[in-house]
Design a protein around this ligand. Structure first.
Ligand SMILES: [Zn+2]
Length: 745
């Protein structure tokens, strides 16, 4: 998520480079990145692709892999750049629910098919994974990770059995640049731009974008200007005069103090520099969960939720793709992953979701990045209290900094509240986004919270890249916790690997307002806290690809394990079947002669064979979401339901994986279930009146319909005219749709 717009503008590039979170002691350097698999569309990570390179890559992949990809445009930025989403899924698999029965106009029954409804696409009928990057334009490491994941998916299809199955049975929606203008300006133009390019009058003077940064020395790129300032927060490193070192708060020094700013002057004569550049709305503060019109704390939340075209595009896309169950949003930097919520404490999280987040996903994440997993997260037994938020947090998250505090506060662990008894120590690498130590609220309108709390997805947000842990391949650098040494190694490396274009020697320059100083240092493109291109970037990409692959392997997988029909008798009068029940004995009298209706008893069994349930803990009850259903489908003019109804509501189908640390609620009795679901006690789906008040093919206690569990069984009794084929469809909003023909004998 990065620092707030204001904090970045104030502190400049050195700050963004220099003051990230501290690593936990005993951190393990991660394993070497796997080589990039052979692909029909070659890609390297020796430099950033930016918006243009990413868009070009997406188009080439879509052209090279037409069977498993589709490139769509979900919206346009303020300067008319497309927001692209690459859909990766087997385009031949997946059953769109609306394709099973054509819609008909109720008043033109039998005459007019409904035409004004956009048909569903097969990708929407499979569990979905959303992965994005570049919501904050200057955090383009996420764009690279998205491209890497695309490369792994498309080149793995057909070569890797697990991946092939995943792409056949689920759908990936990958949006490498949510904020095209911000990514373009940050990478292609070299002007670090967090927000989008909406025309915002940031300084309230009635003019827009009149005071952005300036290329003072006219060399075509923005670097830094350092100048003597008795109150400046920097000194020149004694070990390496190219490097600026930030002093700690209240630290005194006898050495000359410096201020460091981005190349910039006061274009509008208001005494401030760079306060009204092209950066507009902070897209990741513009979502409609916990949104607040904030012009003071972090700023840039926009005039109203989804007022930015980019957040609007994402929201509209999600509204039409309710199959998405996993959401990952990549930001920089720090090297840790957030789970919800950013705006509210853990008490607002469902206990089951919390257990999935921390004990399943968080545990795996820490293993992948080589950090110790809290003991409480490894314990398979349910704890006395729900784990997760440890109650303490060392340092604020990067973009959770209240204005004025900036990143400086993140450098040193701050005094925190004491964790409750039994609460695990919060790991560095996997965190909740909420900060319970801040005195002012923040985290307004973040995507993470919307995607979890309103949409119902396992949403996560990762601050990619930690210079201490993720740096690779720098000669002379061995991972010490010494930023000066690290920065010197990076300067040396870029002279060869990047032709010296990332860092330039400090050169005297007379600033029109600030007087004598020097221009030089890092260009914004390479010095803004993104992963170093090449080996370091590849290492970050590989770890997060592994994590995404793991999360996708947890998706629900629906199956109709049996669908059978048994003809009980035939009759010409389906409205009057003759069956009586006396105690446990049910007697069905056959019709005296063969008729044109077959009376068929249909049984079906369904299962979720995937590890996770088809919804979040409370996902099915969120507005806009629905529980899973089983649908008995036949020609509606020639089928009559004697027992049961076409639709049977299942609630949520659990997954096969026991959730560590979560105690499921006790199974309710069948009577309670009947009361909960509105079903009768007859053991049939739906609420149809029993025929003649008599027919009971099975006793209710023999056919419990559990409210929990990964499997369910159903029975219907139908009168079918002629040889109408029957199908069973199992449809879950986020678990996918599967169909099976009913075998009648
Ligand atoms: Zn960010």
């Amino acid at each position: 998520m990065g620092p707030s717009r204001r904090a970045l503008g104030r502190l400049g590039l050195v700050t963004a480079l220099g003051l990230l979170v501290s690593a936990s002691p005993g951190a393990v350097v991660q394993k070497a990145a796997a080589p990039v698999a052979a692909s029909r569309v070659a890609i390297t990570f020796t430099d950033y692709h930016g918006y243009t390179g990413a868009a070009d890559y997406l188009k080439r992949v879509a052209a090279a892999y037409p069977a498993i990809t589709e490139l769509i445009e979900i919206g346009r930025s303020n300067t008319n750049r497309p927001v692209f989403v690459l859909i990766v899924t087997n385009r031949k698999t997946g059953v769109a629910l609306d394709s099973l029965v054509p819609l008909r106009h109720v008043r033109l029954e039998g005459k007019e098919p409904v035409k004004n409804v956009t048909p569903m696409k097969p990708d929407q009928a499979k569990p979905g994974v959303w992965i994005d990057g570049g919501t904050h334009g200057n955090e383009y490491t996420g764009t690279e990770v998205c491209l890497y994941i695309i490369d792994k998916l498309v080149s793995g299809y057909g070569a890797d059995a697990d991946l092939t199955r995943l792409i056949d049975s689920s759908t990936f929606y990958i949006c490498p640049a949510v904020n095209p203008d911000g990514v373009f300006n940050s990478v292609e133009k070299g002007i670090a731009q967090r927000g989008n390019s909406m025309l915002e009058d940031n300084d309230g003077d009635g003019k827009v974008n009149e005071d952005g940064p300036d290329d003072l020395d006219g060399d075509g790129v923005l670097r830094q200007f350092r100048y003597r300032d008795p109150k400046g927060p920097f000194v020149i490193s004694e070990a390496d005069p190219r490097i600026m070192v930030r002093l700690a708060q209240n630290e005194t020094t006898g050495r000359p103090r410096y201020a460091v700013i981005t190349e910039d002057k006061d274009n509008d004569g208001d005494g401030r520099r760079g306060e009204d550049g092209e950066s507009g709305i902070d897209v990741n503060r513009n979502f409609p969960e916990g949104w607040y019109r904030d012009t003071q704390e972090q700023g840039g939340t926009g005039a109203y939720p989804s007022s930015s075209p980019e957040s609007r595009a994402v929201l509209e896309f999600f509204t039409n793709h309710t199959n998405i169950l996993m959401v990952q949003s990549y930001h920089t930097s720090g090297g840790f992953t957030y789970r919800p919520l950013a705006r509210w404490p853990d008490s607002r999280l469902d206990a089951k979701d919390l257990a999935v987040y921390d004990r399943v996903m968080g545990k795996k994440y820490l293993e992948l990045i080589g950090e110790p997993v809290p003991a409480a997260w490894q314990d398979a037994k349910p704890p006395a209290a729900v784990p997760g938020r440890g109650g303490s947090e060392a340092g604020l998250a990067d973009d959770q900094q209240p204005q004025g505090r900036g990143r400086a506060a993140a450098a040193a662990p701050r005094a925190t509240a004491q964790p409750g008894p039994g609460a695990p120590a919060p790991p560095r690498g996997f965190r909740h986004a909420y900060n319970d130590t801040a005195s002012t609220p923040y985290g307004y309108g973040v995507f993470l919270d919307w995607a979890y709390a309103q949409f119902g997805a396992y949403a996560m947000s990762t601050e990619l890249w930690n210079w201490q842990k993720d740096t690779k391949g720098l000669a002379g650098y061995a991972g010490e916790d010494d930023r000066v040494k690290w920065e010197a190694a990076y300067i040396g490396w870029q002279e060869k690997a990047l032709g010296g274009r990332a860092f330039k020697a400090w050169t005297p320059f007379k600033h029109p307002e600030l007087g004598d100083g020097e221009i030089g240092g890092w260009t914004s493109r390479y010095g803004s806290g993104n992963a170093i291109p090449g080996e370091s970037l590849l290492g970050v990409c590989e770890v997060h690809w592994q994590f995404e692959r793991f999360k996708a392997s947890l998706l629900p997988r629906l199956d109709i394990t049996s669908a059978k029909g048994r003809v009980l008798y035939t009759t010409n009068d389906p409205g009057a079947p003759s069956a009586t029940a006396q105690g446990d004995t049910v007697t069905i009298a056959k019709g005296r002669k063969a008729g044109r209706y077959r009376i068929i008893e249909i049984t079906a069994a369904v299962a979720n064979t995937g590890p996770l349930a088809t919804h979040l803990g409370r996902g099915a009850s969120l507005r806009g979401n629905r529980g899973d259903v089983v649908w008995l489908i036949g020609d509606r003019d020639r089928i009559r339901f004697l027992q049961g109804t076409p639709w049977v509501r299942l609630g949520t189908l659990d997954g096969t994986m026991p959730i560590p640390g979560y105690q499921p609620r006790p199974q309710p009795s069948s009577m309670e279930i009947g009361a909960m679901t509105g079903r009768g006690r007859g053991g049939f789906g739906g609420g149809a009146a029993p025929i003649g008040g008599q027919l009971r093919l099975q006793r209710p206690e023999e056919t419990p319909m559990p409210a929990d569990g990964a499997t369910r069984e159903f029975t219907w009794l139908v009168a079918v005219e002629g040889d109408v084929p029957l199908k069973i469809a199992l449809s879950s909003q986020k678990g996918g749709t599967v169909v099976k023909d009913v075998a009648v004998n």
